[in-house]
Design a protein around this ligand. Structure first.
Ligand code: ARG
Length: 456
């Protein structure tokens, strides 16, 4: 088959090389945005007097027809990529006038335009999915403001906290992810169209007009940069990696919490799997899988950063490697967010077990130290005294609330009856009234703020 670029060639391509160079197997995802880009380009050419009325009409109808039948297109490897496949289909549809569409355009600005348009849609979808997840988090948080649980550092029980506080910590991570995506859109909504192969064109095109038709916010001021920039992709891959890192941390906690050792959470059957051999098993497979998929999303970021690292200006075929990684990351991160949302929405937190865990540990030790401080003892000294009391308990197999007053007074004579209520984990949480702290009132305030962010 003759190539669209076949004029200066005398031999046909090696079949293996042809298949190796082709991107149609994966860039067919760009079909709709490619048609959209072509339509805007053709309209601009017409408005600028570069296409005649009847040429524009035929091209417009042909492109719209191709859009309407996009699911049935048959593409060929011989046509290499989506751009040339669609051009051939358009030619079959409307004849040689199709060849006028590529006036003042190159596949280099075409593919860059397509990717900008495709990413815009995807980032919008991902943002919506993250918003949905945040909303589910706030719903769970709402139910659990007064559910106390152990807070951890080093995965060692540290201080009791509100479960809502723990959940809302993730709300804010995803909030920053949404902020980053919103910022990324400024670079995505930038039009490379009209940059040509690298140097612009001799035709009197109007790049602002085609950008406007496509809903771009701005255009690249430099044609070389326009066709060779993939920063917006790398930035996205970085943001997607951060989203996966956040999901993965949350997944890790869910996996730990779902273990019998913790027993803090029960995942719904819909988001769990069984074992083919052990009938009793209920595994948090999907949390594990999301944690696992984080690896390939990081890999796509590192892979494409490396692809771009030594490319001279302007377009190089290396850049065709942008798409598979981006598509894979886009599918992975969007699905992960959606699956994770369903998993959290349908999970049951075991409030009794969470509370019980705070009664059988030393996470109230800070309360005792703070109590001694209110009696005028310097914090360092108080820390030492409480450390001794904890050691005594460890050696005698009890907890701080179990020590009687007589024993307490051997550690410090100023300890009186009023210490006991403070050792209660619920009190310990309630008393943390500082802004952004885990106190019930502070968490309620935080939840309101989270809801306001969602409403905007
Ligand atoms: N399939 C190519 C890509 O994805 C399209 C651009 C090709 N341009 C070229 N001059 N070979 O990057």
């Amino acid at each position: 088959m003759t190539k669209l670029w076949g004029g200066r060639f005398t031999e046909s391509a090696s079949a293996q090389a042809e298949a190796f160079g082709a991107s149609i197997t994966f860039d067919q995802k760009l079909a709709s945005v490619d048609l959209k880009g072509s339509l805007a380009h053709a309209q601009m050419l017409f408005e600028q007097g570069i296409l005649a009325q009847d040429e524009w009409t035929q091209i417009e109808q042909g492109l719209k027809q191709l859009e309407a039948t996009v699911a049935d297109h048959v593409y060929t490897l011989a046509d290499e990529d989506i751009h040339m496949n669609l051009e051939r289909l358009l030619t079959e549809q409307i004849g040689p006038v199709a060849g006028k569409l590529h006036t003042a355009r190159s596949r280099n600005d075409q593919v860059a335009t397509d990717l900008h348009l495709w990413m815009e849609q995807h980032v919008e979808a991902l943002t919506t999915a993250l918003r949905e997840l945040q909303s589910v988090i706030t719903e769970q948080a709402e139910q659990h403001i007064e559910t106390v649980m152990p807070g951890y550092t080093h995965l060692q029980r540290a201080q009791p906290i509100s479960l809502a506080h723990h959940l809302l910590a993730y709300f804010w991570m995803f909030e920053r992810d949404v902020e980053r995506l919103t910022d990324n859109q400024k670079r995505i909504r930038k039009s490379p169209l009209g940059a040509g192969a690298l140097a612009g064109t001799t035709f009197p095109i109007d790049r602002f007009r085609s950008a406007e038709l496509l809903g771009f916010e701005s255009i690249y001021p430099n044609s070389l940069d326009a066709v060779s920039d993939r920063d917006f992709v790398i930035e996205y891959l970085g943001i997607a990696s951060t989203v996966m890192m956040h999901l993965s941390r949350f997944c890790e906690e869910i996996i730990i919490w779902a273990s019998q050792e913790f027993g803090f959470i029960e995942l719904s059957d819909a988001f769990s799997t069984g074992s083919s051999m052990m009938p009793q098993k209920k595994n948090p497979d999907f949390a594990e899988l999301i944690r696992g998929k984080t690896g390939r999303v990081y890999g796509n970021l590192m892979g494409f950063l490396t692809t771009m690292k030594a490319l001279p200006l302007a377009y190089n075929k290396d850049m065709q490697e942008d798409k598979e990684g981006v598509f894979d990351t886009a599918d992975t991160v969007l699905q992960s967010v959606q699956i994770f949302t369903g998993m959290i929405e349908s999970a049951t937190f075991k409030t009794e077990a969470l509370k019980k865990a705070t009664m059988q540990d030393f996470s109230n030790a800070t309360e005792l130290a703070d109590y001694l401080v209110t009696k005028g003892i310097p914090f360092r000294e108080a820390h030492e005294i409480v450390g001794k009391a904890v050691l005594y308990c460890v050696q005698n197999g009890c907890f701080l609330k179990d020590l009687n007053l007589e024993t307490y007074q051997t550690f410090h004579p100023d300890i009186t009856e009023d210490v006991y209520p403070l050792l209660d984990p619920v009190q310990a949480v309630a008393r943390r009234t500082s802004y952004g702290g885990t106190g019930f009132a502070a968490v309620s305030e935080q939840l309101e703020l989270a809801k306001q962010h969602l409403a905007n």
